[in-house]
Design a protein around this ligand. Structure first.
Ligand code: C2E
Ligand code: CA
Ligand code: CA
Length: 400
């Protein structure tokens, strides 16, 4: 604890707070003894006598409610004060679900205390007292609902992998695909991966979903081979940082590759530059394991992760995916043009390939080609499409 930590000393018989007072602090007893009681002092009903290391007063900390009981030092006592601000700072940094659970538990405990001990008419102080609490409650409930719906959706097979063509700029032919997950509800509505992937990442659902994505990617690639013999496209799949904590990640990858009989070099694992920026050393170890499988590695959203370029020397990267933000500025910004050209040259010097993401116009495609970018991906050619459509795109004679 830092400056928020305050101490209080009480003489024997000194009151700390009274029933009905507003309260914003909790206390830890360092030394001495505190009696908690209800009613007037003379006719008090003792609830507890607390000694060293015990904590009390915590129920007003989060909710800003009034004290349900009084506290008096029965001997010379010293206390450590936990202030509302101190706790709120930490609680605000926590996950909304944890915050909400904390408030629910505190509110329930208060309700019980009120019902059992006091017979007051104060209704159970709900958990939606402050604007913060109401927002947390909403966020926590939404999070819970989405998490539960996702678990059901997996069972009900509401997820699909769609494939977005990645086109070789030299000859405008599709050379591979990026697998992008799609959640299509029974009523036809869609939930965007930008919404549900972050929720999955906060629980172990990302592991289950990740396994499914890996197996399904390999199945799709094998199916494309059956539908379009000889085309041998590569397939990029997105990995989340949390998946690297999954002890089954590598076994699942190995098994999926073995079961589908695919050449592992046709699988590209995409990790974002921000993942590398967070912990380059840990990422290096994991990426080396990915490489040991024989899969290729792409750095997604390249140019947005604020990571040091030095990682390019150390990490076994095969491909840089230039973020869409550079591409959308290409036709209007000379700086964007120079950046894209410089990245393409740098990648080639380092023996890496480049993919320009989010190409939406023929002009952007032409510029990327002139600047030496190897591949393009974007709505100019196609959004992510179901497997059958991807097979048509791949067939000779079909334009992407
Ligand atoms: P990302 O990996 O950067 O994927 C590219 C996103 O850009 C996709 O959005 C794609 O549909 C969209 N996009 C492609 N071409 C264009 C274009 O020309 N213009 C514009 N405006 N957008 C384009 P999507 O599918 O909504 O995915 C969003 C993010 O969700 C992905 O960003 C990725 O971070 C995550 N995601 C999607 N599928 C998966 C998955 O299977 N696993 C994991 N871990 N994350 C996924
Ligand atoms: Ca990606
Ligand atoms: Ca991207």
């Amino acid at each position: 604890m830092g400056a928020e930590r305050h101490r209080r000393s009480l003489a024997a018989g000194e009151m700390l707070f009274r029933e009905g007072d507003g309260g914003h602090e909790a206390y830890v007893i360092e030394a001495g003894c505190v009696e908690i009681f209800t009613g007037a002092f003379e006719t008090r009903r003792s609830i507890a006598r607390l000694g060293a290391d015990e904590i009390f007063g915590e129920m007003t900390l989060l909710g800003g409610h009034t004290r349900l009981a009084s506290a008096v030092a029965t001997e010379a006592t010293s206390l450590i004060v936990i202030s509302h601000e101190y706790l709120e700072e930490r609680v605000l940094a926590a996950d909304p679900l944890l915050r909400h659970l904390l408030r629910v538990v505190i509110a329930r405990t208060r309700d019980n205390v009120l019902r059992l001990g006091q017979n007051t008419s104060e209704p159970g102080a709900g958990v939606s007292g402050t604007a913060h609490a109401a927002a947390d409650r909403q966020a926590a409930l939404q999070h819970l609902r989405l998490e539960q719906a996702m678990a059901t959706a997996l069972e009900q097979k509401e997820f699909q992998l769609h494939l977005q063509p990645i086109v070789r700029l030299g000859d405008s032919r599709p050379a591979g695909f990026e697998a992008l997950i799609r959640w299509i509800r029974p009523d036809g509505s869609r939930v965007s991966p930008g919404e549900f992937i972050p929720v999955a990442e906060q629980s172990e659902l990302i592991y289950v979903l990740g396994h499914w994505i890996i197996r399904e990617s390999c199945r799709c690639l094998a199916e494309l081979d059956r539908l379009v013999p000889g085309a041998a496209p590569f397939l990029s799949l997105n990995l989340s940082l949390r998946q690297f904590d999954d002890p089954d990640l590598f076994p699942v990858l190995e098994a999926a590759l073995a079961d589908s009989g695919l050449d592992p070099r046709r699988l590209r694992l995409e990790i974002t530059e921000s993942m590398i920026a967070r912990d380059a050393d840990a990422t290096l170890k994991l990426l080396q394991r990915c490489k040991a499988l024989g899969a290729k590695l792409s750095v997604d959203d390249f140019g947005t992760g604020y990571s040091s370029l030095s990682y390019l020397q150390r990490l076994p990267v095969d491909c840089l995916k230039l973020d869409r933000s550079f591409i959308s500025d290409l036709e209007t910004s000379p700086a964007a043009t120079r950046i894209v050209g410089a990245v393409a040259r740098l990648a080639h010097e380092l023996g890496m390939e480049t993919v320009a993401e989010g190409i939406e116009t023929p002009g952007q495609a032409a510029l990327c080609r002139e600047l030496g970018v190897d591949y393009g991906q974007g709505f100019h050619w196609s959004p992510a499409v179901p497997l059958e459509r991807a097979a048509q795109v791949l067939s000779p004679g079909q334009a992407a």
